[in-house]
Design a protein around this ligand. Sequence first.
Ligand code: G4F
Length: 340
Amino acid sequence: MKTALIIGITGQDGSYLAELLLAEGYRVHGLVRRASMFNRARIDPLRAGAPGEERLVLHYGDLNDRTSLRRMLRKVAPDEIYHLAGQSHVGLSFEIPEVTCEDNAMATLGLLEVVRDLDRPVRFYHASSSEIFGVPKAGPQTAATPVEPVNPYGCAKAFATQLCRVYRQAYGLFACSGIAYNHESPRRGENFVTRKISLSAARIRAGRQEELHLGNLDARRDWGYAPEYVQAMWRMLQAGQADDFVLATGRTCTVREFAQAAFAELGLELVFEGSGVAEVGRRTDNGRVVLRVDPRYFRPAESSALVGDPAAARERLGWAPRTVGADVARLMARADAEAG
Ligand code: G4F
């Protein structure tokens, strides 16, 4: 039986990955940070009497506490480590750049150092991001596209991605970065635009919300479906050779189109009435929802033209995303409406 450690197991990707690894017969350990509120809702179903429950073990820990991390890694002796933890909100990284760089860049370096010292070989996955490319001059991007981030989050991810490559080359570590484009699901955090949209659509339809504030509606993203992306993460660590891979759908849509698809799925028509300060979406009697831009959600700099080329993942990992853009919007809206 293989053993895996998931750092960031309580997040969207961590919870889907835990499900996948348990289904593959792994013993799964998860590192959880102490928090004043429990944040384990996404993995609770895996722990309460579900098949595989006895193969899921949680440990309190923190990437900044290297001694306990080292001790825990020696005890758990994982075959594979999935490093998914960190500050993942791009907009917020402008507000808290130092924490973002500590959590995403320096913590990854510390972890690589601890892994390098282990006395048995470990396969290491690092969750990198399309944000390392910033505003690329060419598309679709591949793992060879030059790195040129435009926000603190992208800088931190670029640093960590380059370090994984260095540790692979210099020390022969089986370290891989999945350069993942946006991947969403009903388990997405509520401050990412997709979930904000799907939850708002459900609540507005149920008459429990009146306003919808969104920022840049013309932002274009390469949106895929998170459960499919964790498949690629796992396949990367089963490959014959460690490498970095772009994980993307190769197609994009705008925030506006995503929102229209989500609202339409619940029988609501979104009407855009230009842009203005503090204008809000409001449900009207005839089932139309008026939405205007709220500049509070604009970012000091916006990445753009991000579209990934999944060809290498398809050819070398046999991975192909199936759920794209508006499909993701529809399934998220349905899930939030059904959840009530
Ligand atoms: O949902 P977002 O916050 O995701 P973003 O910034 O693309 O980052 C996500 O994907 C990256 C690539 O995989 C990850 F590395 C990162 O960790 C995260 O998972 O914003 C998407 C777009 C942006 O252009 C933003 O300006 O939506 C635009 N937007 C418009 N209105 C909004 C809003 N974003 C948020 N969060 N909230 C809004 O109201």
